[in-house]
Design a protein around this ligand. Structure first.
Ligand SMILES: Cc1cc2nc3c(=O)[nH]c(=O)nc-3n(C[C@H](O)[C@H](O)[C@H](O)COP(=O)(O)O)c2cc1C
Length: 262
């Protein structure tokens, strides 16, 4: 069964999940959503089509919603979505949102999974200590294995999202009212070594170096890849990230996340 998995990942959690699922399937291709986001309609003739993405503000990242709305999966008989997150699975509308977008396109979401991992949203809370972090990722690997098995046997397992409507509303508010101004909250300290990693790792090419220092424009998705992959921790977002740890999934590197076009 020909399979296509479209993923978006800023700090590697979702890419790790996408790779683990792909390893269980024959004839599976992984495609980075930002890589194809500039094209209009996205066509695929795969029979099994999946989406793997982080939960952003209790729902879908806008890049992912826009992508799903433009997909033409002409032969698809099984569609699945996997949302990675940093906290409790019930506080999300991501799978429901993906299902609604697909319904609008005339498709049915057959399976949806939440994988609790490590939160990349360090403006809210710092990372756990290393042993706790590793333990959480081990638990996540078990959940990924279960989801991958279900997907490999085309099981129709759609995980419930209780009270999804308020979270859907929060996600829309963030997308419409807060996200357009998010880029203004980034700053760069004197520790910056002008390496350009932030510019290269930004999935939407929203950062340029000006006199050696990063400048953020309006297209920001608030994914925080720039902050987490700065080798000298010189990038801050708002006033709470200073002194907090940086994160990427231990099995995913900076090179795995940068676009081959760069
Ligand atoms: C802007 C933003 C908002 C987030 N919102 C949530 C959230 O509402 N609930 C949650 O559990 N995790 C949230 N997270 C954490 C991510 O969903 C989680 O760390 C995810 O696995 C990151 O995936 P990635 O490494 O593939 O980017 C948020 C992260 C970011 C950057």
């Amino acid at each position: 069964m020909k399979t296509m998995i479209y993923y978006f990942s800023a700090t590697g959690n979702s890419l790790h999940v996408a790779r683990k699922i792909a390893a269980k399937l024959e004839k599976c291709t992984l495609v980075s959503i930002p890589e194809v986001s500039d094209s209009g309609t996205i066509m695929t003739d795969a029979e099994r089509v999946g989406f793997v993405f982080p939960t952003h503000y209790f729902g879908l990242p806008p890049l992912v919603s826009s992508f799903i709305s433009r997909l033409k999966a002409v032969n698809a008989s099984y569609l699945f979505a996997v949302a990675t997150s940093g906290s409790n699975r019930h506080l999300s509308s991501a799978i429901r949102q993906a299902a609604m977008l697909l319904t609008k396109q005339g498709y049915k979401l057959n399976a949806g999974f939440h994988i609790d991992m490590i939160s990349s949203y360090t403006p809210l809370s710092d990372l756990p200590p290393r042993d706790k972090l590793n333990g959480k990722l081990e638990q996540a690997d078990l959940a990924i294995e279960k989801a991958a098995t279900a997907i490999s046997i085309v099981s129709g397992n759609l995980e419930a999202e209780h009270f999804w409507l308020p979270f859907h509303a929060i996600n829309k508010y963030w997308q419409q009212k807060l996200l357009p101004h998010a880029y203004r909250k980034f700053s760069c300290t004197d520790a910056c070594i002008s390496c350009g990693n932030c510019e290269t790792v930004c999935p939407v090419n929203n950062i340029t170096l000006h006199e050696g220092k990063p400048q953020w424009r309006e297209k920001c998705q608030e994914c925080l890849a720039c902050l987490h992959f700065c080798p000298v921790k010189s990038i801050e977002f708002g006033s709470h990230t200073a002194g907090r740890k940086r994160y990427h999934h231990p099995q995913i590197t900076y090179n795995d996340l940068i676009s081959p076009k760069k």
